[in-house]
Design a protein around this ligand. Structure first.
Ligand code: GYE
Length: 334
């Protein structure tokens, strides 16, 4: 009797197993093992300039096109927010982390954490420095512009345009975010060229944090203090177009003609700069392309396919003086 029950139970269990296996097989058929989407965590600096919003759009559009799942985080220009975002990407075990570092330093710990978690990191747009160790050991590639070269280009354009070897040329400088790679490098590149032209003098230099509002505010104070000191401002060098556009407003409000009374050169090459050049208020812009999305997604795909990436991927860009602005504007993509 007991034996009979036991055999019955065994048969029942076997039948259930077969049934379950059958279910499993048919389930698998229904959900077909699709390829897992690559997940990319991207920590953006903020939305401080036309450049930055174009950069964000480029990244979002390229991720969509490449079929990559993008976890996007905006740090509102605060490093602490970027650190939080990167740590949350590590926790979520994303496949790749990319970020545009707001300033150069302060990334040691978080990059060590990403490395320990085995998550590759891509730097976009801005470079970093580490207090301990070689930064190259902590990222797979750095893609972006050569900011020192942009600073040199701005200076070379200016020297060429001014044709002034003897008389003093008084320059005011609007710097980008304090401690950021583009602010440090653009200043260095510009000064490197100006060393050979000692009559070009930077008489005032201050940060405008890459924004229009700050650019305007700081230019107002430059104009006021130059007036008080009895100095004439001949040139404005702005580390980005947005600050130049803000400064143009300040110059106009002070009753001067931007582009004529004060020669202005800035960097980025955004549409607003082309419009200002066409209006005769800006004299030249040095291109710095924000369209990094396509390159970034390609790198992410290559990386997850096990390919080796070049440690440095450089953006190609040029110089646009005001006289080509009208011709160039229709083909500008940002
Ligand atoms: O020039 C500026 C932006 O890092 C190259 O950041 C970028 C700079 C760009 O806010 O407009």
């Amino acid at each position: 009797m007991f034996k009979g029950i036991r055999i019955g139970a065994a048969l029942l269990a076997a039948a259930m197993l077969i049934l379950l296996a059958g279910c499993g097989a048919s389930n698998q058929g229904a959900t077909k093992p699709t390829e897992k989407k690559i997940v990319l965590g991207f920590s953006q600096i903020g939305a401080e300039s036309e450049w930055r919003t174009a950069n964000t759009e480029s990244i979002k559009a390229a991720a969509k096109e490449a079929g990559i799942e993008l976890k996007f985080s905006d740090a509102q220009q605060k490093q602490e927010n970027q650190l939080k975002a990167i740590r949350s990407f590590i926790q979520q075990k994303v496949d790749v982390i990319a970020f545009s570092p707001v300033v150069e330093t302060g990334w040691d710990a978080v990059l060590q954490e990403a490395k320990a978690a085995g998550i590759p990191v891509i730097l976009t747009d801005r470079a970093i420095k580490m207090s301990n160790g070689n930064p190259e050991d902590y990222y797979v590639t750095f893609m972006g512009s050569d900011f020192v070269e942009e600073g040199r280009r701005a200076a070379n354009w200016l020297v060429d345009f001014m044709k002034q070897d003897k008389a003093d040329v008084n320059i005011v400088e609007l710097q980008g975010t304090v401690g950021s790679a583009p602010a440090i490098d653009r200043k260095n590149g510009f000064e490197e060229v100006m060393k050979n032209h000692p009559n070009y003098k930077i008489i005032k230099s201050q940060t405008g944090d890459f924004t229009r509002a700050k650019g305007k505010e700081v230019m107002e104070s430059f104009l006021k203090s130059a007036k008080a000191d009895g100095q004439k401002i001949d040139v404005l060098f702005a580390h980005n177009d947005d600050m130049a556009i803000g400064a143009i407003q300040a110059i106009e409000e002070a009753g001067l003609k931007p582009g004529k009374d004060i020669i202005i050169v800035s960097i980025d090459g955004v549409k607003g700069a082309f419009e200002a050049m066409i209006a005769g208020k800006l004299n030249a812009t040095i291109e710095c392309s924000p369209l990094l999305g396509g390159q970034l997604m390609e790198a992410v795909k290559d990386l997850t396919a096990g390919k080796q990436l070049a440690k440095r991927i450089l953006t190609k860009e040029g110089v646009f003086p005001a006289d080509v602005a009208a011709k160039e504007l229709p083909s500008r993509k940002y």
